[in-house]
Design a protein around this ligand. Structure first.
Ligand code: C2E
Ligand code: MG
Ligand code: MG
Ligand code: MG
Length: 294
């Protein structure tokens, strides 16, 4: 291993040798240390769930929200999920963390229901590896609190559907039986075969931010987004636009008939307490939440 690294480093020139190998080792070491820290993070209260509202584009109603993990590391500050989720997956910690997250989310849903008399549907991201463990634990927790299955939406990326289709198909059947909905996250960025859209029973496509960010200036992104929405609707699937940051993007997505949207334009992901404040501020007389943006 090390020999190989040395060999290729040497091949790249003498000067890089001193720099290349230690950098590789350092990265591996940092990953190891971070993984160890992550093992303790949940117990130390360093993990938290942030919530980002998902808006109904037709009427501005807020009835969905995405749960996003946050890790506040005592020495390093905020470590992003793009960094620690892969570590959690590689180490198997994702099971424990995923269970912790489900527990938090389900307790929050119950809490909000108590306080506001409404059920907020929470989208939870699920790693491919988590399907190995099955869903019995959190399904039991949901049932124990008397909450309906449709208060949870499971988000998975399209690549997963190609990899482990039998196991996932079984999970999907369980979801269907429990009323749990399924979203395809980051749609359009994987090497997707569209055929999976007819194989699996999918409720939502989340159109990736990379299409949305240039939607008002790039003709291809605009065309692709519009086509994805039309295609999804013909298949009975709803669409959610990710990463809406401007009024112009919002207006265009509405024009295209996109069903839902999420992004900094409406709200950044916020801690549970701040999300409760949003709920309190936007609830109308009939109990619904209408998200007004100035
Ligand atoms: P994702 O599921 O696609 O989540 C959306 C990401 O886009 C979030 O990043 C969110 O903060 C960010 N975002 C939302 N609106 C905007 C916007 O208008 N502009 C920009 N620039 N960004 C926006 P975050 O929270 O850093 O999460 C990154 C990824 O980490 C997530 O992508 C998801 O794949 C993964 N992740 C987060 N929490 C979990 C989790 O609990 N479990 C698993 N398996 N993965 C998670
Ligand atoms: Mg997601
Ligand atoms: Mg996404
Ligand atoms: Mg469907």
């Amino acid at each position: 291993h090390a020999d190989q690294a040395m060999y290729s480093a040497k091949a790249e020139g003498r000067n890089r040798f001193h720099f290349f190998l230690p950098a590789m080792q350092q990265e591996a070491q940092t990953k190891m240390i971070l993984t160890n820290d992550l093992r303790l993070a949940a117990h130390r209260g360093e993990l938290s769930v942030h919530y980002q509202p998902i808006l109904d584009l037709e009427d501005g109603r807020l009835e969905k929200v995405e749960a996003l993990l946050r890790w506040s590391h005592p020495g390093r500050g905020e470590v992003g999920p793009q960094v620690f989720i892969p570590l959690a997956e590689a180490s198997g910690l994702i099971h424990e963390i995923g269970n912790w997250l489900s527990f938090q989310v389900i307790s929050h849903i119950a809490q909000w229901q108590k306080r506001f008399g409404q059920i907020i549907q929470v989208s939870v991201n699920r790693s491919p590896i988590q399907f190995d463990q099955g869903d019995a634990l959190w399904l039991k927790q949901l049932a124990g609190l008397g909450l309906p299955g449709n208060c949870i939406t499971v988000e998975i990326t399209e690549g997963m559907l190609l990899k482990k289709s039998e196991r996932i198909q079984q999970s999907f059947l369980d979801y269907r039986n429990h009323g749990i909905e399924v979203s395809i996250d980051d749609f359009g960025t994987g090497f997707s075969a569209l055929s999976y859209l007819k194989q699996f029973d999918i409720d939502y496509l989340k159109i990736d931010r990379s299409f949305i960010s240039e939607i008002t200036v790039d003709e291809s992104d605009k065309a692709l987004t519009e086509a994805i929405i039309v295609m999804a609707h013909k298949l009975g699937i709803k669409t959610i636009a990710e990463g809406v940051e401007t009024r112009a993007q919002h207006d265009m997505l509405r024009l295209f008939g996109c069903d839902y949207a999420q992004g900094f334009w409406y709200s950044r992901p916020v801690p549970a307490s701040a999300f409760e404040t949003i709920l309190g501020r936007t609830q109308t007389e009939d109990g619904s939440f209408f998200f007004h943006r100035a």
